[in-house]
Design a protein around this ligand. Sequence first.
Ligand SMILES: C[S@@+](CC[C@H](N)C(=O)[O-])C[C@H]1O[C@@H](n2cnc3c(N)ncnc32)[C@H](O)[C@@H]1O
Length: 299
Amino acid sequence: MFINNKTKLEHSQNFLHSKKLVSELIRESNIGNKDIVIEIGGGKGIITEQLAKKCNKVYVIEYDLDLYENLKVKFSNRKNIEIIYGDFLEFELPKEHRYKVFSSIPYNITAAILSKLTSSCNPPEEIYIIIQEEAARKYAGNPYNRESMRSLLLKPYFDFKIIRKLKKTDFMPVPKVNSVFFRIQKRKNSLIKQDKIGLYYDFISYIFSKSGKDMKSRCKDIFSYKQIKRLSRDIGFKITDSPTYLNYEQWLKVFQYFIIGVSGEKKKLVYNSYSKLLEEQKKIDKIHRSRKKVAFLIL
Ligand SMILES: C[S@@+](CC[C@H](N)C(=O)[O-])C[C@H]1O[C@@H](n2cnc3c(N)ncnc32)[C@H](O)[C@@H]1O
């Protein structure tokens, strides 16, 4: 009994209980009858059931053995539902096919799930997730929150939208935190040209990894005082603002200026900043996750 409770807590299980709500959420998405959809954590199948009526095929990955076995039985006669046992984080995403994700995700692995999906070489066309409100705001940045390094690194490729807020009582057991229905949509074309995207990643990582609280101190090695003063006037920020005060559009303008107005020597200062950041992140992830590798192939 004790072991069961512990397992359930680790798997972050707050279940939706209203079929009406689930069908509204699916209606608010762009899931259609041609779509192949991955559901992370099927739980008791409340989303799976209705997704399968709307789309071509649903692949459900469930990490709780009891829930997995119940789902297998419940959907044994449904040809367009495939239930897979395992950890989504060890699951191999489709390499070529178009697909979407629809899921009420386990909140304890939000960052790992979103990092896996958005950094894939073939990311989902659309990700519809129920997620903790605070996390959604951080990912989306402006206009829901101030921008973060994460939102600025993702925005060239993805568009974010909080579709609606949910009530705590929409879940059983009732969670302590607020939740939202959130959409991450892959852009048809990146907002930054392919040959400049590496430099943009390095540039943003450099500024956000630098010490100093404001734009003036973080940019001092790449822009002269005169340049940062002019940029602040033209783009509309204060040199004493924190980098998170500038929105994505303003950052694009600062980056454009960095491309044309800064010497090659100064550009070199930002090189490899993104890969250094990833290395540090990897070290942190290694500490957090020492899971056994189980790979699943789908599609
Ligand atoms: C918040 S519940 C949502 C369940 C159900 N879809 C619903 O809406 O009621 C999250 C589900 O993800 C499962 N889960 C937790 N960690 C997982 C992982 N690493 N991989 C796959 N499923 C996981 C849990 O067992 C649980 O069923």
